[in-house]
Ligand binder design. Structure first.
Ligand SMILES: Cc1cc2nc3c(=O)[nH]c(=O)nc-3n(C[C@H](O)[C@H](O)[C@H](O)COP(=O)(O)OP(=O)(O)OC[C@H]3O[C@@H](n4cnc5c(N)ncnc54)[C@H](O)[C@@H]3O)c2cc1C
Length: 388
């Protein structure tokens, strides 16, 4: 058993930290205040070759595993930009996985290199207003025509749809009631976000304003056959392949964000003197911070365990779900405690922790909620009856 990071892992951390160090608090505060996409950061990551870390070498990627991708995203989120930084590149890292596994050679040649070079951005349209977490109940429908499909429907919470050139889109091509299983009849496309047929409306939200979230109205969008990933009707199964990596990466990002908030809280607690001593000398301030360090560390190692199981092609559903649950809670708690250690200044934008706190809600909700994670573990690990 080897649970040490390798030299290669440490090299990833050092190289990525050198990039994040170029983007300071002023940069991220401004992106947040002005709801501006962090283009310069995105470009720096693309120029550094990081967007293709887990993509195949023959298409310009680095061909590394989820472990290395998790280390990358952990370092990105820890570097001050939190989820604004992580979400600006998140979809590139493992989002195209369904295309890597189920796309044909022509699709991979056409789709992957521009994503890896950062020349194209993609968004991911799964969630719908009337389906929520019950993904097989989506209503967006792709109707067959001679040489493709006509798509009509609505997505919600689609991240980066303001910026994206392309959309990875989950649709129904047959009604749920007509399939043997609820997941039958769902089809995945990767296609151009043609804004003459798709209206993208930004959702005003609590945090991470730099990276947009949207309602997407799709009105008779034509999608050619060559933009269908894999076989018609099997799209949901293709997506399942990338669920665990996505949970692992979100967990890694949550840990990074929480650790950044924690270190800011500890720094303030060392420096702020009240009643003639640093506030961090009081155990009421010191212990919650120390406890958060322990929770974040344990979430981090659960994340790496899930990643190494995935890379070893072993089942990792329980571990990936547990990592996401633990990391999101530890991150939220660390942000809360960091704000409290700052006292009133925790509420001031100047100290950044309120920005991180607002973002720390994201992994508790997306891409899957805590309740559904616990239901998964209850059912699949503990053998309890399915509850939904
Ligand atoms: C910032 C952000 C970015 C996002 N980005 C994307 C994106 O890029 N693409 C995309 O497709 N989606 C995206 N999402 C959507 C996200 O994945 C969903 O919000 C999430 O899956 C929860 O779905 P919902 O909001 O519809 O909640 P609902 O399904 O409406 O659930 C509401 C609440 O009820 C609980 N609940 C529901 N059913 C049960 C049950 N049977 N048992 C116990 N509890 C239950 C849920 O856990 C939740 O707490 C994003 C969301 C956010 C907030």
């Amino acid at each position: 058993m080897d649970i040490l990071l390798s030299d290669e892992h440490r090299a990833i951390q050092e190289s990525v930290a050198r990039i994040t160090a170029r983007f300071g608090d002023d940069y991220w505060s401004e992106c947040d205040r002005e709801a501006r996409f962090p283009d310069a950061f995105h470009k720096a990551m693309a120029d550094g070759g990081w967007l293709g870390i887990a993509m195949p070498v023959e298409y310009g990627g680095s061909g590394l595993g989820v472990t290395e991708a998790a280390i990358l995203m952990h370092t990105v989120a820890k570097g001050g930009g939190g989820y604004a930084a992580a979400s600006s590149i998140h979809l590139n890292i493992f989002g195209p996985h369904a295309i890597v596994v189920h796309g044909n050679d022509e699709q991979k040649r056409r789709i992957l290199p521009p994503l890896i070079r950062g020349e194209e951005k993609a968004c991911f349209g799964v969630t719908e207003p009337n389906a929520g977490l019950d993904t097989t109940s989506i209503e967006t429908f792709a109707r067959r025509t001679n040489d493709g499909y006509i798509v009509k429907g609505r997505k919600i919470w689609t991240t980066t749809a303001q910026e994206a050139d392309k959309i990875l889109l989950l649709t129904r091509t047959a009604k749920k009631a007509d399939g043997k299983r609820p997941s039958d009849g769902m089809t995945l496309f990767y296609t151009t976000l043609d804004r003459s047929k798709v209206e993208v409306r930004r959702i005003p939200k609590m945090g991470r304003a730099a990276v947009d979230s949207n309602t997407v109205f799709i009105d008779d969008l034509f999608v050619p056959d060559e933009d269908r990933i894999g076989e018609e009707g099997k799209g949901f199964r293709y997506l399942l392949d990338s669920l665990n990596p996505e949970r692992i990466l979100i967990a890694a990002e949550a840990v990074g964000l929480g650790q950044d908030a924690l270190m800011r809280g500890a720094k303030y607690a060392r420096e702020r003197v009240v009643f003639g001593r640093p506030v961090g000398q009081n155990q009421g301030i010191q212990h919650p911070l120390a406890e958060s360090w322990a929770y974040l560390e344990s979430a981090w190692w659960m994340t790496l365990r899930a990643a190494s199981l995935y890379d070893a092609k072993q089942p990792c559903g329980a571990e990936a779900n547990a990592a996401k649950l633990l990391a999101a809670r530890a991150s939220f708690e660390a942000c809360t405690r960091s704000i409290l250690a700052h006292g009133g200044m925790g509420y001031a934008r100047e100290y950044q922790v309120e920005r991180l706190f607002r973002e720390s809600m994201i992994p508790r909700i997306a891409p899957v909620s805590e309740q559904l994670i616990l239901s998964f573990i209850g059912e699949n690990v503990l053998g309890l009856p399915k509850s939904y």
